[in-house]
Design a binder for this molecule. Structure first.
Ligand SMILES: [Zn+2]
Length: 259
């Protein structure tokens, strides 16, 4: 299993980071992608990745950064992404849930587009964060200049119609977290998981957040990604191994992990 989206640099892991990582690799974990959200966190992400052979870095500026200097963002990413442990740019995108301010939303778009341009320039995939903004997300990433980029929408929680739309972009993947384990039985999200072909799906914990059932409410950690795999297997009526093997393969291809 590969946990494609974690924040092990967060202070929730300060006491036992080493053990948390060990637990994942002792229990069949193959690789981890640690995700940056700002400059400081991206630096910490890179530091962790450099200490472990099978932990890789994704660097970027989350939409909730507020005002940052776009030229500095570009300069920072272009420099840091030269490091071979960096496998993608992220998490970047749009978050309208936490922002009702029109001006802020406009800035989020600019910051997102700037980082998409850098990713295209450096030939790197992109990890997308999107909350309550799927229409604007579609408008941006379906543009001719971006639509062929390798992209993953992390913690996807759009509806069936939205999923159908995004499926039109052949290089786009969807990743699911513990949230699929705690929605109600008739929730549309489960139909979405069923509808999306397994070769378009990756799994993640987004730890320390969103711990899956049976650990809901606790601190999340990479070894819990098995509960997300289990849930997808249940929804798609497949074996655990089938889902694990295919999602591993998807992540290895997407992030180019075998180089
Ligand atoms: Zn995240």
């Amino acid at each position: 299993m590969i946990d494609t989206h974690v924040h092990l640099d967060f202070e929730q892991f300060n006491e036992d980071r080493k053990n948390v990582i060990k637990r994942f690799f002792d229990n069949g974990g193959k690789a981890i992608l640690n995700i940056g959200v700002d400059e400081d966190r991206s630096n910490k992400t890179l530091e962790i990745a450099e200490n472990y052979l099978q932990i890789f870095a994704v660097l970027g500026f989350h939409p909730e950064n507020g005002e940052v200097n776009l030229e500095e963002v570009e300069k920072y990413l272009k420099e840091k992404c030269q490091n071979s442990k960096v496998k993608a740019i992220g998490e970047i995108g749009l978050d309208y849930f936490h922002s009702s301010d029109e001006e802020d939303r406009e800035f989020q778009k600019k910051l997102f587009i700037k980082q998409l341009e850098v990713a295209k320039n450096l030939n790197l995939p992109v990890v997308i964060h999107c909350r309550d903004a799927y229409a604007d997300l579609w408008e941006i990433i379906s543009q001719t200049q971006f639509k062929k980029l390798k992209m993953v929408i992390h913690c996807f929680c759009g509806g069936v119609e939205e999923a159908k739309n995004f499926l039109q972009l052949p290089n786009l993947k969807f990743s699911f977290t513990g949230n699929i384990t705690f929605v109600k039985e008739n929730d549309e999200l489960l139909k979405v998981v069923k509808k999306i072909p397994l070769n378009r799906i990756m799994v993640e914990t987004d730890c320390p957040f969103l711990a899956p059932v049976p650990n809901r409410g606790k601190r999340n950690e990479p070894s819990f990604v098995k509960f997300v795999i289990e849930k997808i297997a249940e929804i798609k009526v497949l074996s655990f191994d089938e889902v694990e093997n295919q999602t591993d393969k998807n992540a290895i291809d997407f992030f180019d992990l075998e180089k």
